[in-house]
Design a binder for this molecule. Structure first.
Ligand SMILES: [Zn+2]
Ligand SMILES: [Zn+2]
Length: 146
């Protein structure tokens, strides 16, 4: 049988129609979130990063997409238009809180999020003849709009 939540075949024991991964996820209070738009990174209210494939949120996306979706993080980023340097781990919770306290504004948060994903100086191989990923184009648009 297949997992009723993620559709993965269940090989060993099943947990009320769920695979072990889904069972654990929901048991710990996990939710299914809206799928983030391609080229953007979204976090849940706990600062966990949301998967572009299934909408679940994780502290670290790398191991999840490998186990559940059979993709490497590089393939995942390519598929969803994310830059190489984009962090795919949770936002530090304390960071979010202090940011809230200082700015209490969404614009600043978006700006900060953009900073982390910008291509580093010297990392120019993406520009030379290579497609600039969607995420970077979105970041640029945001900066222009400001
Ligand atoms: Zn499952
Ligand atoms: Zn997923």
């Amino acid at each position: 049988m297949n997992c009723s939540q993620c559709g993965k075949p269940i090989l060993n024991r099943h947990y009320g129609g769920l695979c072990q991964g889904c069972y654990k996820y929901f048991k710990n209070g996990g939710k299914i979130h809206d799928i983030p738009a391609a080229g953007t990174i979204a976090y849940d209210d706990q600062g966990k990063i949301i998967c572009h494939i299934c909408g679940k949120s994780f502290v670290r996306l790398g191991s999840h997409i490998k186990e559940s979706h059979g993709l490497t993080i590089a393939e995942y980023k390519e598929r969803f238009g994310l830059c190489h340097g984009t962090r795919t781990t949770e936002k530090s919770y304390s960071n979010i809180m202090s940011r809230h306290a200082k700015n209490n504004g969404m614009d600043q948060q978006l700006l900060e999020a953009g900073k982390a994903t910008r291509i580093k100086k010297g990392d120019t191989h993406m520009r030379k003849g290579k497609e600039v990923r969607l995420q970077e184009r979105i970041d640029k648009r945001k900066r222009k709009d400001k």
